[in-house]
Design a binder for this molecule. Structure first.
Ligand code: AP5
Length: 594
């Protein structure tokens, strides 16, 4: 096989490489390009008007430590297919004018090679003139080269007449080239033949005419029109036959994005449909991108200033926590919860792990948990809501009755607590357990105090029954622990485990606060992770100042809960690879956060 010296020059000037002055209008067999006019049209249009032309636009929205980069809309990628003379070239002209895509027509590229007398052109000529397909390797190399150019990536592309064989479709798959839409123009055979035989091309402008359907605008143009050498009835029939032999395989490769278009209508009517289809894709894509940007912008309101968040209070390891510190967190949880409920969320989860609320630490205080629950409940009752505060009941019978140690006596404490106005408890605030039967019609919302599995007993079924009964009413879990615990025999928890865990994930985090420590220690505090709905996860580093005071500094933010690796990375400031290799020092984070 002759080597394929497809220099970029062939592509960069596939149309302009054929000097129009060298094309003699009197030579009807001269190979033609049908595009020069499109280039001119496009550049003119760009200077004079706005249109639905997608292009990549990078927006940088800097926030505390994060930067958002996104393209407003990915450019369109379109394939157009159909039998010879089904109107592909005609539609492409209109699509390019409207959408500014880079038109890649294998027919045009090959005709350019032929007219330039290149090696490729010489090889392709005989195939084209007989109406057969040019060998795959030639065409594939041409298209791959053209698609890889910057303009096609920037402006999007319109692939016309390719792929035309299964091997060509496979080559695109290997290159990971997939269209957004595959337009298939359908026209009855007898019309195709009539269209081909009557087709004429203007060698000066590259415009496609038809002696009957689309006659030239002037006698001057009419005189210079030429006919393609493969546009005789006999050759058209041969091309049609080849098209039919290959079309099935190609269509099946793109069936998921294929749209059939009745192209036996005036070109304007066909274009109307085509343009609607392409506009819809663009519109959907833009809406999606705008939504994404809005979500990110919203999440990026994490700036402490915008959020009125005064930063993390210091001296968190001084136990008991001062009243101020406690009030500070109650308010933070409350605001996040209110925002989430206002946004229509009804399955919420609060995870707050300051030392007094961390049952893993010996400074854990049930009173602080109860105080938090009361602060939330009373605040909602101020808004006229009836709140049910629920503590799970014992999870066994008789001598086996028991409940997680952390919750022992909780219900009694709630009953003895000061709920302000004498009538609040029992009217606006009611106490209950966890389960479907606990949901009364008058309840507006439910606060569940640290629901958790006890060894051998799973709370999730009761929880699920309760949320089913609650319907759209908010259910707020405060510091839940829904991981399955093994029974002493090790067999209790295996049935339905996956479904239970899946259910646990249906609750949205509306507040997360977790202190971070160095490996194997609980002092000094290394930093903290905070997320207050709807803002981003903020990673703070604790810094000791010269005067001995401490402060928390945001070192990174995340739209999703960061993994231990991401946290390690942010703290160490090492490259990802390095941080992966880092040993024990940061390892504690993994165990804490996984
Ligand atoms: P190529 O140039 O791609 O030819 P084709 O696929 O046969 O298609 P045509 O260009 O003939 O028709 P079209 O669908 O563009 O119709 P048009 O808009 O002009 O390929 C030529 C050759 O190159 C091939 O035979 C092959 O040898 C080789 N080749 C190309 N790609 C290859 C590949 N991938 N692998 C291997 N070889 C390859 O319209 C036709 C006429 O109808 C015009 O006169 C027009 O005015 C008129 N018309 C258009 N729309 C309408 C309408 N709606 N109503 C009435 N008339 C209309």
């Amino acid at each position: 096989m002759a080597s394929l010296s497809l220099s970029s020059a062939h592509f960069s000037s596939s149309r302009s490489s054929v000097s129009t002055s060298s094309l003699s209008p009197s030579s009807p067999s001269l190979p033609l390009l049908r595009s020069p006019i499109r280039h001119r049209h496009r550049s003119l249009r760009r200077l004079t008007s706005f249109s639905v032309v997608p292009h990549r636009t990078s927006h940088s929205l800097s926030t505390c430590n994060s930067q958002i980069r996104c393209s407003v809309a990915e450019p369109l990628k379109v394939m157009i297919s159909g039998a010879p003379a089904s109107g592909k070239g005609t539609q492409c002209e209109l699509i390019v004018q409207k959408f500014g895509l880079v038109h890649i027509s294998t027919g045009d590229l090959l005709r350019a090679e032929v007219s330039s007398g290149t090696d490729i052109g010489k090889r392709a000529k005989e195939f084209m003139n007989s109406g057969s397909l040019v060998p795959d390797e030639i065409v594939i190399a041409m298209v791959a080269g053209r698609l890889s150019r910057e303009d096609a990536k920037e402006r999007g592309w319109l692939l016309d007449g390719f792929p035309r064989s299964f091997a060509q479709a496979q080559s695109l798959e290997k290159l990971n080239v997939k269209p957004d839409i595959f337009l298939l123009l359908e026209v009855p055979d007898e019309i195709l033949i009539e269209r081909c035989v009557g087709r004429r091309l203007d060698p000066v402008t590259g415009k496609i005419y038809h002696i009957k359907n689309y006659p030239p605008e002037s006698d001057e143009i009419k005189e210079r029109l030429v006919q393609r050498p493969d546009d005789t009835e006999e050759k058209v029939k041969a091309r049609l036959q080849i098209y039919k032999e290959n079309s099935e395989a190609i269509i099946s490769a793109y069936s998921d994005v294929m749209v059939k278009i009745d192209a036996n209508r005036p070109k304007e009517a066909v274009f109307e449909e085509t343009q609607t289809l392409l506009s819809q894709i663009l519109l959907k894509r833009m809406i999606k991108t705008v939504m994404l940007i809005m979500k990110q912008v919203l999440a990026d309101k994490a700036s402490p200033v915008q959020d009125k968040w005064r930063g993390i209070p210091t001296k968190l390891n001084n136990i008991p926590h001062s009243r101020d510190i406690r009030a500070y967190f109650y308010e933070d949880v409350l605001q996040a919860t209110i925002r989430s409920i206002k946004d229509g969320n009804s399955r919420l989860r609060v995870d707050i792990n300051i030392p007094e609320l961390n049952p893993e630490m010996d400074v854990y205080r049930i009173g602080t948990l109860m105080e938090l629950v009361r602060a939330l409940a009373l605040s909602f009752t101020d808004d006229g809501k009836r709140v049910k505060v629920c503590v799970q009941g014992s999870m066994g019978e008789g001598a086996l009755a028991g409940m997680p140690l952390q919750l022992a006596g909780t219900r009694k404490i709630l009953e003895y607590m000061d709920w302000g106005d004498d009538e609040t408890l029992g009217t606006f605030v009611k106490l209950g357990a966890i389960g479907g039967k606990e949901v009364d019609e008058e309840d507006d919302m439910f606060i569940l105090v640290a629901p958790q599995n006890a060894v051998g007993n799973c709370i999730i079924d009761d929880l699920q029954a309760m949320t089913n009964a609650a319907g759209k009413r908010p259910v707020i879990l405060i510091n839940p622990r829904l991981k399955d615990l093994p029974a002493s025999s090790g067999i209790m928890q295996t049935m339905g485990r996956e479904q239970r865990l899946e259910y646990a994930l249906t609750f949205d985090n509306c507040y997360v606060f977790r202190l971070l420590y160095y490996l194997g220690t609980q002092y000094p505090i290394m930093g903290a992770l905070r997320m207050a709905y709807p803002y981003r996860y903020e990673l703070y580093k604790r810094v000791t100042e010269e005067n001995g005071k401490e402060k928390y500094v945001v070192i990174s933010t995340y739209s999703e809960r960061p993994t231990p690796e991401q946290i390690n990375h942010a703290f160490s400031g090492k490259s990802r690879e390095q941080s992966k290799k880092s040993s024990g020092f940061w390892g504690f984070l993994s165990s804490v956060l996984s």
